[in-house]
Design a protein around this ligand. Structure first.
Ligand code: FAD
Ligand code: N01
Length: 529
């Protein structure tokens, strides 16, 4: 049995900063990480083409001005290896690894009410006793392998994008089948198409994607941003997404048809998420959304030479942005290559995997290797994979059987002194996640500081505050078009998972202000004893 003040589970960007922050408070802390090194998502998702789609200068820590100035990003959107190098650099610079236990999976966390301590057990039987537990286990850290009949019969390699071999995979001279056209599929398809002899993409749902217009960051531009970093970070904290892109707030329906075209084209040319977030009505009004969506569909039709293929690639069954918008480099253009085929497998058309490929209702397809770009058991998957037991031995997984409920997305009634970074009920995946992580780490650190200074031994969300928060999160989502798709935001991609809209949709700034108010009030909604 090893004693610590705090155990942090996970050593992605959340766990790394949490360790650093707790050390600054003078607390003893260990992080426990399943992987062999830091980086989380960027450690596991090594598929070809993996990169961030929030601009690198923004998708980076802001807590250290020295770090901000030292690190040089090469591109507008950094590739996975560069982001992993950044995580490695941060770990070295702040000597984080000495407090991280690697290659170790946490299996159980159990609260002992008598001792007011958590007992955290690993799969290998080590036990850590601590006063606080911080779940930094990630929103997108449990890969979802689809239930395809006969998957085990396929004789070639099966590679999930979120569990990619560190040594990579050479597709040259191979025929490849790829399932999934979300962000991971859309990023990897153009690169795999270049490498492979032939690529067959199996698409269940066509997705909206906006060009990244990625490119090298010029030294002058980077220097300029660095000179203004404090103001830009402040701007990000005041924004909806937590990014420092300009927010315009134009209403599509207030514009004339000509002005609309001008605005759509302008956002399209800027690239990235602002296509969705620059308009006030796109996520709340179906007519506005459809205009924005049709503009994208027409871009797809213009890019893809074969009109039949173009129609397969045009998303028509969900509003733009209701599944996470993708940001791509040459995704649609890839379908103009002779060695790429798309197969529409919507409406349950996959029959089974065979030893040599895949059989659908319409035909049989053969390939040497299979890529699964099939996503994650998002937001609750990693939490539910741990047997977390609070007061009276109550299981978090059981308590969340009908969907996750939390207070501020940070704490759960019945689970004292346990905090979740970017948990369900917080903006998390709706924001620049590094900023969302920083805001949570800093808020949790302030709460622990308050507890330590005031001889508080138990911090616990009150059930009533939690119910009010959960109701508000769900009512806010219901006013938007986000709930109109079978998305992972709703748990719809995991058979049997409760359908509850999990992220907080009112934006980063409104959320951070609400957290600030709670802190200022002496932590209203928490029982401190
Ligand atoms: P993670 O990075 O997921 O780290 C969690 C860690 O916890 C993992 O290392 C995991 O191994 C460990 N862990 C989990 N369970 C256990 C356990 N039981 N025991 C021990 N260890 C455990 N967000 C953006 O804002 N912008 C982007 O551009 C962006 N791009 C993304 C690209 C990809 C391919 C993916 C998958 C996600 C992307 N995200 C992006 C979201 C991403 O989740 C966050 O940006 C961020 O990296 C999350 O950091 P984290 O530390 O919270 O979680
Ligand atoms: O996963 P997804 P992802 N048969 O769930 C399909 C972040 N991210 O890894 O839509 C056939 O989005 C599924 O089809 P459908 C980002 O937050 C960011 O791509 O369910 N198809 C879908 O097409 C993102 O949103 C970046 O009908 C099946 C695909 O697989 C999140 O991670 C890059 C199937 C899964 O798409 C998840 O993205 C990568 C089946 N049985 C990831 N099962 C950036 O660029 C699933 N599918 C920042």
């Amino acid at each position: 049995m090893q004693d610590r003040d705090v155990i942090v589970i996970g050593a992605g960007f959340a766990g790394m900063y949490m360790v650093h922050s707790l050390r600054q408070l003078g607390l003893s802390v260990s992080a426990i990480e399943r992987g062999s090194d830091v980086g989380g998502v960027w450690y596991w998702n090594r598929y070809p083409g993996a990169r961030c789609d929030i601009e690198s200068m923004s998708y980076s820590y802001s807590f250290s001005e020295e770090l901000e100035q030292e690190w040089v990003w090469s591109h507008r959107y950094a590739m996975q290896p560069e982001i992993l190098r950044y995580a490695d650099y941060v770990a070295d610079r702040f000597e984080l690894r000495r407090d991280i236990v690697f290659n170790t999976t946490v299996a159980k966390a159990e609260y002992c009410e008598v001792e007011r301590r958590w007992l955290v057990s690993t799969e290998t039987g080590e036990i850590f006793r601590c006063r606080y537990v911080v779940m930094a286990t990630g929103c997108l850290s449990v890969p979802k392998v689809p239930d395809l009949p006969g998957l085990g019969h396929f004789e070639g390699p099966v590679l999930h994008t979120a569990d990619w071999p560190a040594e990579g995979h050479d597709f040259s001279d191979q025929t490849v089948g790829l399932i999934g056209t979300g962000s991971s599929g859309i990023q990897s398809i153009p690169i795999i198409a270049h490498q492979a002899r032939h690529l067959t993409v199996f698409q269940r749902t066509a997705n909206f994607s906006i060009p990244a217009w990625n490119g090298p960051l010029s030294i002058d531009h980077e220097a300029d941003l660095k000179r203004n970093y404090r103001a830009l970070r402040q701007k990000a904290r005041q924004s909806y997404v937590g990014d420092f892109a300009d927010e315009y707030y134009v209403s599509i329906l207030d514009l004339s048809p000509e002005d609309r075209e001008v605005q759509f084209e302008r956002r399209w040319r800027e690239g990235g998420f602002n296509y969705q977030y620059a308009f006030t009505d796109v996520m709340v009004d179906e007519t506005a959304n459809d205009l924005a969506a049709e503009y994208v569909r027409n871009k797809i039709r213009a890019k893809v030479k074969d009109p039949r293929m173009a129609e397969i690639l045009c998303p028509k069954d969900h509003p733009l942005g209701s599944k996470r918008l993708c940001v791509d480099t040459d995704y649609f253009e890839t379908y103009n290559r002779d060695n790429v085929t798309i197969v529409d497998v919507g409406a349950d058309r996959v029959v089974e995997m065979t030893e040599t490929g895949l059989r659908t209702l319409d035909g049989e397809y053969q390939f040497d290797a299979l890529v699964l770009a099939t996503g994650f058991d998002a937001m609750t998957g990693a939490l539910n994979a741990i047997d977390i037991r609070g007061r009276g031995g109550v299981s978090l997984k059981e308590q969340w059987r009908d969907g996750p409920r939390s207070y501020l997305g940070v704490a759960v009634a019945g689970f004292p002194n346990l905090f979740i970074i970017t948990g369900p009920g917080s903006p998390s995946v709706f924001a620049n996640m590094i900023l969302a992580i920083e805001q949570h780490v800093e808020w949790i650190s302030a709460l622990i500081t308050y507890a330590e200074a005031n001889e508080v031994r138990e911090i616990e969300a009150e059930s009533e505050a939690q119910e009010d928060w959960a109701r508000m999160v769900s009512e806010s989502a219901d006013k938007t078009l986000f709930v109109k798709a079978n998305s992972w935001y709703l748990g719809a991609n995991v058979p049997g998972k409760a359908r509850v809209f999990m992220p907080y949709v009112d934006g980063f700034k409104v959320y951070a202000d609400a957290c600030e108010e709670v802190a200022k009030s002496g932590y209203r909604g928490f029982r401190l004893s």
